[in-house]
Design a protein around this ligand. Structure first.
Ligand SMILES: Nc1ncnc2c1ncn2[C@@H]1O[C@H](COP(=O)(O)OP(=O)(O)O)[C@@H](O)[C@H]1O
Ligand SMILES: [Mg+2]
Length: 294
């Protein structure tokens, strides 16, 4: 078997969007899909909730009303075979917690096997794994939305009384499902997209309100490697504090800061800078000597 010259195949996006109802999962998935490819397929499990955006985006839809993981697997394979560029699974939560989803299948089995949990999951876990496999190996870019539920923990207050505490949002899917995606974002009710896990450096820690096609371009650039990134990392609260402290320490006026900013980054103020520019600016402020005052 001869060796062949290695070439870089273009990778496909695996994006997970997690959020409560109304946060913007469907809209944002369609926005990203439109930026990632031309032919878009949507698996819709929420009674035509994607189709209400048919006037804004162009896509084909398959509505599911039974959420057996095998139905998802078949639909995912079909989208791949039909040559769609992007597949949106909206939502993947139903394959877990919907009618005939994994939890319900395991419940039914449990009755069959006299409450034996181990036996109940014996054929459901492989089915779930097949679904994950179908997503990972799909020739399409895949964007999967997941509903979020509020995660609670049981703890004790300072008087030792047991209380239930809200700790965050958790996707409705099997634990660890989010690790199957390269880019995972939480969405909140103000339509902020918060990147919570990514292998893409420029996206790390980003918060974007009502993301538009720029985000898709950045993801595309990352997938095809090396191309220029449109979205830059935003400034951090720590950088803002640093500038404030340095300004006080050195007794600099707003005007002086503006001159340093313009000279080092071409921007008039910190607010207009991205992370890298702010770093340059901070360094320049640190090194700035106010000779007039000496
Ligand atoms: N990226 C976005 N850009 C612009 N508007 C958005 C965006 N995401 C959400 N919205 C607004 O929020 C509304 C609800 O979003 P939707 O995607 O239907 O929520 P979900 O699918 O999470 O229930 C949309 O109709 C739209 O007005
Ligand atoms: Mg939706």
């Amino acid at each position: 078997m001869p060796f062949q010259k290695a070439s870089k195949k273009q990778a496909k996006a695996r994006i997970g969007l997690i959020g409560p109802s109304g946060s913007g999962k469907t809209y944002t998935a369609l926005t990203l899909a439109t930026g990632l490819g031309e032919k878009i397929a949507v698996i819709d499990t929420e009674h035509g909730s994607a189709s209400k955006y048919a006037d804004k985006f162009e896509f084909d839809v398959l509505e599911l009303d039974n959420f057996h993981p095998q139905k998802y697997i078949d639909a995912i394979k079909e989208a791949g075979a039909l040559g769609y560029d992007v597949l949106i699974i909206d939502s993947l939560s139903h394959a877990w917690a919907g009618t005939d989803g994994a939890l319900e299948l395991a419940d039914k089995n449990s009755v069959k096997y006299g409450g034996n949990k181990f036996a109940a999951w014996r054929d459901v876990t492989p089915l779930h794994n097949k679904l994950v496999e179908a997503i990972i190996t799909s020739p399409c870019h895949v964007i999967a939305t997941m509903r979020a539920k509020i995660q609670y923990i049981q703890t004790q207050d300072d008087k030792g009384k047991t209380i239930i505490k809200k700790v965050g949002l958790e996707p409705i899917q099997r634990d660890g499902m989010e690790y199957e995606f390269d880019i995972v974002a939480d969405m909140d009710i103000d339509h902020n997209l918060i990147i919570s896990k990514t292998r893409c450096d420029v996206l790390d820690g980003l918060i974007i309100n009502k993301p538009n096609k720029d985000l898709a371009e950045t993801i595309n650039a990352w997938l095809t490697d090396g191309a220029e990134m449109k979205i830059k990392r935003p400034i951090t609260q720590e950088q803002i504090e640093k500038v404030k402290n340095l300004q006080q320490e050195k007794g600099l006026s707003k005007e002086e800061l503006k001159i340093i900013a313009t000279n080092t980054t071409g921007k008039h103020s910190l607010k207009e800078m991205n992370f890298e520019e702010a770093e340059k600016f901070i360094k320049a402020v640190k090194e700035y000597n106010n000779f007039e005052g000496q």
